[in-house]
Write a new protein. Sequence first.
Length: 156
Amino acid sequence: MKPFLLLTLLFAPVPAFADTVFDRMIGTWRGSGSYSEGGPTVDLRCRITISGTSDAIDLAGRCASSLGGDDFTMGVERGPGSTARVDTGGGSRAGDSSITGLSGPLGSNGLVVKGTAGSEETTVQLLLNDDGSLVFATREVTPAKTSVSYVTLLRQ
């Protein structure tokens, strides 16, 4: 190998790897949105802390409305290919349960995962918008009710 070529290879700029969607989600977020259990929609306020790595994140948060408040946890990990897997730790209210094995596509701006536990079907969306905000949305369907929340969060 010629010395010039060797020096060129040794000192050539190395491209930096782009941050993953998980890296861009890490931080403390606060925001507001709405919540409904099939009846009137109520205002919802949330705060979420996201920690982790480019391959897995943990969410810990609290959302509150005029119907009450709920603490929750959630773990998200990168799956094979462009997929994500979510396990929820349940909430702090009586009757809240943990749900494991939600899965779905992982894109450059976030994830949409779905799963079923018994008679409950759950969908979770965690999406970064172009304006830097984060959308956290859930939909839970049981034989007794359907609950939907949609919150837009800003980094603190």
